[in-house]
Design a protein around this ligand. Structure first.
Ligand SMILES: C[S@@+](CC[C@H](N)C(=O)[O-])C[C@H]1O[C@@H](n2cnc3c(N)ncnc32)[C@H](O)[C@@H]1O
Length: 213
């Protein structure tokens, strides 16, 4: 589910790492501090970790430095091919945020970077409900993704992309399912999590949700 962007990622897979390194001027601000953003997610988790939307495996590599076991779930065949080239000691699975192969009963954390916006808000709620069942009390969800602190901020960011002539970025901002901190807060609290947010760059916020007893 929520797989309508998979073909785009198949195409993007070979050049993706050049984009995150800042080669594409339109997306430079979105990926500003990319390495630090992935570190911020990886340093908050340990034990058995499930990662959604693995991409080329950049976050996975950081997770493996301190986690016991990483299950990486990725719907794009092109991206899975890129991850396999790295020969990481992980379980790489074909799946998405909502549909994935059976996972072990004991999961400590669920993580993702730059991917949760591929789900509509209705799908996001279904995903959060699922993760609430997968995690025991104290389990964590740590996501870093583009989100907006307010409707005004969203408008201002969209307008500045348009004015800079960044039409691909503008189109993404208007057609993918970027959401607000308010909605994310409501979704996670509604499914038994405490939630906190930290801004990581102009676009990206870190969401840290802890499952309550
Ligand atoms: C912008 S890339 C981010 C990759 C990586 N996490 C990173 O931070 O560099 C988004 C990733 O999410 C994946 N994706 C797209 N739709 C998805 C879905 N419904 N469920 C899980 N992953 C999805 C894409 O195939 C792609 O690998």
């Amino acid at each position: 589910m929520g797989r309508e962007f998979t073909a785009l990622f198949d195409e993007w897979s070979e050049s993706y790492d050049r984009t995150v390194a800042g080669e594409d001027v339109e997306y430079r601000e979105v990926f500003e501090g990319y390495d630090r953003i992935l570190e911020a997610v990886a340093e908050r988790v340990s034990g058995t970790v499930v990662e959604f939307g693995v991409g080329t495996g950049n976050l996975t590599e950081k997770l493996l430095a301190k986690s016991d076991k990483v299950y990486g779930i990725e719907p794009s065949e092109g991206m899975r091919r890129e991850v396999l080239k790295r020969e990481l000691p992980m379980e790489l699975l074909d799946g998405d945020f909502l549909e994935f192969p059976a996972l072990p009963s004991s999961i400590d954390a669920i993580v993702s970077t730059y991917a949760f916006h591929h789900l509509t808000d209705v799908e996001k709620e279904r995903a959060v409900a699922l993760y609430s069942q997968l995690l025991a009390p104290g389990g964590r969800v740590v996501f870093a993704d583009t989100s907006f602190a307010s409707a005004e901020e969203r408008h201002e960011i969209e307008q500045s992309a348009l004015e800079a002539g960044f039409l691909n970025l503008y189109q993404d901002l208007r057609t993918e399912y970027y959401t607000s901190l308010e909605i994310l807060n409501k979704l996670f609290m509604g499914h038994g999590f405490t939630v906190s947010f930290t801004r990581l760059n102009r676009y990206v916020w870190l969401l840290e949700a802890v499952k309550l007893a």
